[in-house]
Design a protein around this ligand. Structure first.
Ligand code: AMP
Ligand code: TRP
Length: 341
C-alpha cells in the first residue's frame, strides 16, 4: 500500500475481501474452469476470505455488434459457479448490472482520470490498431473496472497477467481521487497476479479457447463431450509404448479438473504404457468429466430453467453487496460535499 487507507471501511475483521470479475460468455469450457472458476470456488471456502464473484455483464456490452450477448449468458455463468460449489455462506455471487452504485462511482473516477491515461490502455490501443472504431464504452472500460473494485472496498483482486494494466489503473485512480479530495476515501486494491498456466486445447497446440473451437465444454450433452475428447490430438505411440504424460493433451486436460486419484492413475498407466493406449486414456477422461461435470448437469439446467430461483438464491448476495456499495457511495459523496443534507 502506497498511501493511507480510509479509516472507515466495510470490511469484516479477520476476512480479506477478494473481488473476482467474470465476463459472461457462451459455452464455458474446461479452460475457464481451470483458470477462473475453480480458483474462485476454492477461495470461497477459505474462512480468511470474503469473496465477491461478480458477473460483469456491463463490461460485455462494449462491442456494439455483441451487445445482446451478456444478457443471454449471465445466467449460465452464475449457474455454473453455484453448481460447481461456490459457497455463499460468507461470500457473494452477484450480477454487476444489479448494482447501480457502480456507474455512479465510474463517473466520479472519470472526473479525476486523464484522457491520456485511458488512451494508453492496451485493449483500446489494440482496437484502434486493428482498424476497429472503439466505442466510448470500450474507452471507459478501465474506469468501469476500477469502479467495480472500489465500490466494494475490495482489498485483493486476483487476475491473469493480461489484466495487470487494469489493476495499475485502478490504483492510479484511487490515488488521484484521494489526492483530489484531500483524504483517503477510496480503498486501494492489491492485484494478485495468478500463476495458473494456460490449459492446452484438444488440438494439442494452442490454449483452449472457444474461439479456436478446441475446447471441451462443461455442461454440453454427453455425446458432444465424448466427441470432443475423442478428437484430442495425440502422438502415434502404440498401445504398449511408454508415453510421456507431460506432452499428452489428454493428461493435461485430466490434470485441470480430475481428482488426485484419477490424475495419478492416468499418469502411471501412461508412463508404464503396457496395455494402456490413448484410447484408454480418453475413455478415463470421459468418465472423469462425467463424474465431475455430467453429474451436475441437471442442477445446472435447473438453475437455467428457473431464473426466479436463481434470483432468489442470489438475493442475499445482492442485498449485502448493495449495503456495502451504499456505504462507500455515501463516503464518496460526503468527501465531495454532494447532496443537500
Ligand atoms: P475468456 O473468456 O477466454 O477471457 O476466459 C475467461 C477466463 O477463463 C480467463 O481470464 C482465464 O482465467 C480463464 N481461461 C480461459 N481459457 C483458459 C485456458 N485455456 N487456460 C487457463 N485458463 C483459461
Ligand atoms: N476485465 C476483466 C477481464 O476481462 C473482467 C473484470 C471486470 C474484472 N471487472 C473486474 C476483474 C473487476 C476483476 C475485478 O477478465
Amino acid at each position: 500500500m502506497t498511501q493511507p487507507q480510509p479509516i472507515h471501511t466495510t470490511h469484516i475483521p479477520g476476512r480479506v475481501r477478494v473481488l473476482t470479475g467474470a465476463k459472461p460468455t457462451a459455452d464455458l469450457h474446461v479452460g475457464n474452469y481451470f483458470g477462473a472458476i475453480r480458483p474462485a470456488i476454492e477461495a470461497s471456502h477459505d474462512p480468511a476470505k470474503e469473496v465477491i464473484l461478480m458477473c460483469v455483464d456491463w463490461h460485455g456490452l462494449t462491442d456494439r455488434a455483441k451487445i445482446l450477448e451478456p444478457g443471454k449468458f449471465s445466467a449460465s455463468l452464475l449457474a455454473t459457479y453455484l453448481t460447481m460449489g461456490f459457497s455463499l455462506e460468507n461470500n457473494m455471487v452477484i450480477l454487476q448490472s444489479e448494482i447501480p452504485e457502480i456507474p455512479e462511482m465510474a463517473w466520479y473516477l472519470s472526473c479525476v482520470s486523464a484522457v491520456g491515461l485511458l488512451e494508453r490502455a492496451h485493449a483500446y490501443k489494440d482496437a484502434l490498431g486493428s482498424g476497429k472504431e472503439p466505442t466510448v464504452g470500450l474507452f471507459n472500460y478501465p474506469i468501469l473496472m476500477a469502479s467495480d473494485i472500489v465500490t466494494f472496498d475490495a482489498q485483493v483482486v486476483p487476475v491473469g497477467k493480461d489484466q495487470s494494466q487494469h489493476l495499475e489503473y485502478a490504483s492510479d485512480m484511487v490515488k488521484l481521487f484521494n489526492n483530489a479530495v484531500g483524504r483517503p476515501v477510496l480503498f486501494e486494491p492489491k492485484a494478485e497476479i495468478q500463476p495458473t498456466p494456460l490449459l492446452i486445447g484438444i488440438d494439442g497446440e494452442r490454449k483452449m479457447s472457444k474461439s479456436y473451437g478446441n475446447h471441451v465444454p462443461l455442461f454440453a450433452p454427453k455425446k458432444e463431450i465424448e466427441k470432443k475428447i475423442k478428437e484430442i490430438k495425440t502422438d502415434s505411440k502404440g498401445l504398449d509404448d511408454p508415453k510421456d504424460p507431460e506432452s499428452c493433451a489428454v493428461f493435461q486436460i485430466m490434470k485441470s479438473f480430475g481428482s488426485k486419484e484419477a490424475i495419478a492413475y492416468m499418469e502411471e498407466r501412461l508412463r508404464q504404457g503396457t496395455g494402456y493406449g490413448y484410447g484408454h486414456a480418453k475413455k478415463d477422461l470421459i468418465d472423469e468429466h462425467e463424474r465431475v461435470f455430467g453429474s451436475k448437469r441437471e442442477l445446472y439446467e435447473h438453475y437455467l430453467n428457473s431464473p426466479r430461483e436463481l434470483a432468489q438464491v442470489l438475493a442475499p448476495s445482492h442485498q449485502r453487496a448493495r449495503t456495502i456499495a451504499a456505504t462507500v457511495r455515501q463516503r464518496v459523496r460526503d468527501a465531495l460535499s454532494l447532496g443537500i443534507l
